[in-house]
Ligand binder design. Sequence first.
Ligand code: ZN
Length: 147
Amino acid sequence: MDLADLYRDVIVDHNRRPRNFGRLAGAIHSAEGNNPLCGDKLHVFLEMKDDIIRDISFEGTGCAISTASASLMSEAVKGRSRAQVADLFGSVHRMLTRHDAETDADLGKLAALAGVREFPMRVKCASLCWHTLNAALAGSAAPVTTE
Ligand code: ZN
């Protein structure tokens, strides 16, 4: 099995069985995001303790990339501080947009989305959840859109 197969399996798995899917009962922060180009819609819920994401969940409908990306993100950011999440988003953004970028070592399973950069239309599918998370962290009331 090569790396591309492994990455495909991670995306298929997270699309079929999204982690942290559903509405978070104790959520104080939430935000909605839309990617009209593809029809992806997400709602991200956060429970914060001081500066740390104590719990996170998401709901929504969308393509396999947007669902898998949100699922992978939810696992990656749980227990992290705002600053750590900002760093991680920077790494994900570089991975999704730069062809010359080395994949950062700290990306873990999120590296499964590296192949998305070959499909520019799909980059917004993969990044929608991150923009929605940022809006939830910022307490923004207006829905996020990729357009
Ligand atoms: Zn999509």
